[in-house]
Design a protein around this ligand. Structure first.
Ligand code: KIV
Length: 272
């Protein structure tokens, strides 16, 4: 049917499943705005996550808790307008799905309707099962998120590695199976021991995406601004920085200021 045709092969949840089965690693990065998403779209990135890390990166909050559904919808629709190929997943913000599955479904429907995204992501295991099941009944693909779940920072009290003790590791493995059995298409494993992530990855049929979870997960995710070297003073051990764009941007701005002050800019060719 013509209305389903595009000139690019779109990444779907089924494509991610096939990637796990064939052993091809999944590359995922965050984006929150059109300009960055346009740059991502020109690459072969598989998944773009409109993460609630926007609360930190875009809004300057210490935690992800304050970001609202309305704000996530603005970020996500900006990203979605730029992305043609990658699967676009949107984080459900804190307070929009926990403890009330009807509210969870309403929030997920707003995200899908108002942004055109492909899937939602939410944090937690068995405790959010009812919300996950209800969202899935509407045909909305759900990505899970276990391990360090930043929306629970006030319970954890620290951003340290999770599930280093046997009981928490056993609980995480249990929750991973709960998410898979419920019908989640993938699960993010954040900041847990590599050995535990490897075990979860081999036990699950759905793909795992790791951040600070070692090399055995089916894919990796990083926050774009962190890996580009734009976010400074954030140096967790798992982060590999692929550029020094923070310094480049500052240098460009300093040069611009000098050029304006010295009246070098604009020159004859840069005016009408
Ligand atoms: O919000 C976010 O960016 C995330 C990733 C770190 C997985 O949840």
């Amino acid at each position: 049917m013509a209305y389903l045709q595009t000139d690019v092969t779109k990444v779907t949840t089924h494509v991610l499943q096939r990637m796990k089965m064939s052993g091809e690693k999944i590359a995922m990065l965050t984006a929150y705005d059109y300009s960055m998403a346009k740059l991502l779209d020109a690459t072969k990135i598989d998944v773009v996550l409109v993460g609630d890390s926007a609360a930190n990166v875009m809004e300057g909050f210490d935690t992800t808790l304050p970001i609202t559904l309305d704000e996530m919808i603005v970020y996500a629709s900006s990203v979605k307008r730029a992305i043609k190929r990658a699967l676009v997943v949107v984080d459900m913000p804190f307070g929009t799905y926990q403890g009330n599955s009807k509210q969870a479904l309403a929030s997920a429907i707003r995200i899908m309707k108002e942004t055109g995204a492909d899937a939602v992501k939410l944090e937690g295991g068995e405790e959010v099962l009812e919300s996950i099941c209800r969202i899935l009944t509407a045909g909305i693909p759900v990505m899970g998120h276990l391990g360090l779940t930043p929306q629970s920072i006030n319970k954890f009290g620290t951003y340290a590695v999770r599930a280093t003790q046997e009981d928490e590791a056993a609980r995480l493995i249990h929750d991973a199976h709960v998410l898979e059995d419920a019908g989640c298409f993938s699960v993010v494993l954040e900041k847990i021991p590599a050995k535990l992530a490897a075990q979860v990855t081999s036990e699950l049929k759905i793909p795992t995406i790791g951040i600070g979870a070692g090399s055995s997960t089916d894919g990796q995710v990083l926050v774009l601004q962190d890996m580009l070297g734009i976010t400074q003073q954030f140096t967790p051990r798992y982060l590999r920085v692929y550029g020094s764009f923070g310094a480049d941007i500052s240098n460009a701005i300093r040069q611009y200021i000098m050029d304006v002050k010295s009246q070098d800019f604009p020159n004859e060719k840069e005016q009408y």
